[in-house]
Design a protein around this ligand. Structure first.
Ligand SMILES: NC(=O)c1ccc[n+]([C@@H]2O[C@H](COP(=O)([O-])OP(=O)(O)OC[C@H]3O[C@@H](n4cnc5c(N)ncnc54)[C@H](O)[C@@H]3O)[C@@H](O)[C@H]2O)c1
Length: 267
């Protein structure tokens, strides 16, 4: 028996990184997964690999209201209902506060913050109609702690934690639980662009391998557990918050960071 048997869950940003691992794990636990992304070829390929019984892909730009309506309709067409949502899609831009153009700030807000808002707003009525369900939002350690060069990103992730708390309070009576994950550094193309280069895993020379080594070295020093997180480890938290294992938890930001936020390192 899987932990999500018979549940229909929409995962945004599911073409790669954490979203892909969430989709794979949820399908393995018996869910019907609607993978949503703007990377259509990659997302469709993951859904195809999981099989039509367990997965379907839909194009969804999370910042677009009409795309959300279409994606929810697609999920109901494909699998009959919607029982869960993982708002995972996100983008990251590095810039100093005083150098951040308004367009860049707003672009990050539009995907990370507006995307999570539109997703909750579009899916919550379906969850209520299904008798209850779960929403897992993806915030970040930067929602709870500062990091230089991340004004726009940190602002959106703090907003996600704020919206999570409010949504949890408003939706509890409808049987809907809403929580947020706050990952530390996780080895995906977002934090380690070398991941986008297929040679990055195998090559011992070249820029991609050097970049990967630099990322490894950085997190060996910064993180008490001595390593960057794996997307599969975030997927397991998403599973916990989506399954009945977390049946009495709602409105919480849950940190998954190898101890990074636990204190100031003196070594
Ligand atoms: N990697 C990290 O270190 C880290 C740490 C904390 C939080 N996060 C958060 O985890 C989530 C997943 O990130 P990841 O590390 O897997 O990054 P990633 O870049 O590998 O994956 C992000 C996915 O979101 C999709 N996406 C981007 N804009 C979209 C849009 N407008 N509509 C739909 N899909 C869109 C991308 O195509 C991609 O598939 C993000 O919300 C990110 O902010 C990541």
């Amino acid at each position: 028996m899987g932990k999500l048997d018979g549940r229909v869950v929409i995962v945004t940003g599911a073409a790669r990184g954490q979203g892909e691992q969430e989709a794979r794990l949820f399908a393995a636990e018996g869910a019907k997964v609607v993978l949503a992304d703007v990377l259509d070829d990659q997302g469709a390929a993951v859904a195809k690999e999981l099989g039509a019984e367990s997965a379907a892909y839909v194009h969804l730009d999370v910042s677009r209201e009409d795309d959300w309506a279409a994606a929810v309709a697609f999920a109901k067409d494909a699998f009959g209902t919607v029982n869960g949502l993982v708002n995972n899609a996100g983008i990251l831009r590095f810039n100093e506060l005083i150098s951040t153009p308004l367009e860049e700030y707003l672009a990050v807000v539009q995907v990370n913050q507006v995307g999570a808002f539109l997703g909750m707003r579009a899916v919550a009525p379906e969850l209520a109609a299904a008798g209850g369900g779960t929403i897992v939002n993806t915030a970040s350690y930067t929602a709870l702690s500062g990091m230089a060069l991340l004004t726009s990103y940190a602002a959106t992730k703090a907003a996600i934690v704020g919206m999570t708390r409010v949504a949890a309070m408003e939706l509890a009576s409808k049987g809907i639980r809403v929580n947020a994950m706050c990952p530390g550094a996780v080895d995906t193309p977002m934090s380690n662009p070398a991941r986008l280069d297929p040679a990055a895993d195998t090559a011992n020379t070249g820029e991609a391998a050097e970049a990967s080594e630099a990322v490894d070295g950085l997190y060996r020093k910064l993180v008490p557990m001595g390593r960057i997180g794996r997307p599969e480890e975030i997927a397991r938290l998403a599973l916990f918050l989506t399954s009945d294992d977390s049946s009495y938890i709602t409105g919480q930001p849950v940190v998954v960071d190898g101890g990074w936020l636990s204190g100031v390192s003196v070594f």
